[in-house]
Design a protein around this ligand. Structure first.
Ligand code: SF4
Length: 377
């Protein structure tokens, strides 16, 4: 089973914190859709004989596509790959694109899961982040989407400068009031070369605070768990039956093809990443050449990736799998490195699985980096 990720590299405006690849110039949108279809065709032999289980439109802002452009892309996948009968097909969408007409049109398209970039229900947060939508649009679009789609996720951001614990709790309560089956939630991070980074350096915006973010995560985890969601990955909470199949496959090291500028791919042995420039991407595809760079993963790379992703999820890191896939030395190394965190009640071993405790969850990435093996190859 494999997945296809399609990157739509356009946004209406640049959010202040964002370092994803996108352009606010949409002149090349239809040329881009053509190029994406061509890349799907050019790579049709990569997963020959394998079933495609998920198709995921990410970005950028995939909801800037028309329904006919979405259909063109989905048809292209069906023409070139073997797709299972009921694939999960997700569209990331922004609230300002999701009015009543747009949602009812999407409901007639092959899209069967919406991931809505709400981020906050408060005007001051949305303004600080320079989101293209306002708080009212965020609420309206979820209400409308709920009447057409069963499988909906919303994104929320915490740790925003100036966001009190009370405001964060209100955001979560608001999200719960819509009874969506899935919530993704991330700590605001300050990436280099973003407007947010510059504002912080100039003292226009206060810096993000790790302690606040950690507190917000604990509030989030506790509130959503009590409301019947599972924190199946640090940033993802789902009701039973609504875990994202696309994301789950990614965390379980399943293979996927990333289509479009800046998209990443993984085939079990190699990681690849496409050029992150729209014009150069289109030019290359027009010459029938996929502009991808590829890196072959060493055993140590694979061990490190498994530890990193495993610790973030409820499936944990299987000590048996470490022994079988990487060797007894890796397993013994992992156990010895993990002991300090087990003693500090940040990790625990349940049966065969090494996992984070509730206290350790937010720190999983930092802990994982201390469990990594050095790559000497
Ligand atoms: S809409 Fe998403 S991809 Fe586009 S700038 Fe904002 S955060 Fe980045």
């Amino acid at each position: 089973m494999a997945g296809i990720y399609i990157h739509i590299p356009f946004c209406k405006q640049a959010c202040h914190y964002c370092d994803f690849h996108f352009s606010t110039n949409m002149k090349k949108k239809s040329q881009m859709v053509e190029a994406l279809c061509n890349e799907i065709f050019l790579r049709k032999n990569e997963f020959k004989g394998e079933n495609i289980r998920t198709i995921y439109f990410g970005g950028g802002t995939p909801s800037v596509l028309s329904v006919s452009e979405i259909e063109q892309l989905v048809n292209s996948v069906y023409e070139n790959y073997r797709v299972i009968s009921d694939p999960e097909i997700t569209l990331e969408a922004n609230p300002d694109d999701l009015n009543n007409i747009a949602i009812s049109e999407l409901n007639k398209s092959p899209i069967n899961r919406l991931s809505i970039g709400v981020q906050s229900f408060f005007e001051e947060d949305l303004k600080l982040m320079n989101r293209a939508h306002n708080a009212q649009e965020a609420q309206n679009c979820i209400l409308t989407a709920r009447s057409y789609f069963d499988n909906i996720s919303i994104d929320l951001i915490y740790g925003i400068p100036g966001m009190s614990d009370e405001r964060w709790k209100s955001n979560i309560e608001k999200a719960l009031s819509f009874d969506v089956p899935h919530i993704s939630s991330y700590a605001l991070t300050v990436e280099p070369k973003t407007a947010l980074k510059k504002f912080i350096e100039k003292g226009i915006v206060e810096d993000v605070d790790d302690e606040v973010a950690q507190r917000h995560f604990q509030i989030l985890n506790e509130t959503l768990t009590n409301a019947g969601y599972s924190c199946y990955e640090i940033s993802n909470f789902g009701k039973p039956g609504y875990f994202s199949k696309n994301n789950t496959a990614y965390w379980q090291q399943k293979r996927y093809i990333g289509i479009g500028p800046s998209a990443h791919s993984y085939n079990g042995e190699q990681r690849g990443w496409n050029i992150n420039n729209n014009s150069k991407y289109i030019e290359s595809i027009e010459k029938n050449k996929v502009p991808i760079e590829v890196e072959t993963l060493s055993t140590t790379d694979k061990y490190n990736e498994y530890v990193m992703t495993g610790l973030r999820t409820i499936w944990g890191v299987s000590l048996l799998r470490i022994k079988e896939d990487f060797g007894v030395n890796y397993r013994d190394y992992l156990i010895s490195q993990a002991q300090k965190y087990i003693d500090e009640h940040l990790l625990f071993v349940d049966d065969d699985k090494l996992m984070t405790t509730n206290k350790g969850k937010f720190l999983a990435d930092g802990i994982a980096s201390h469990l990594f093996m050095l790559n000497l190859s």
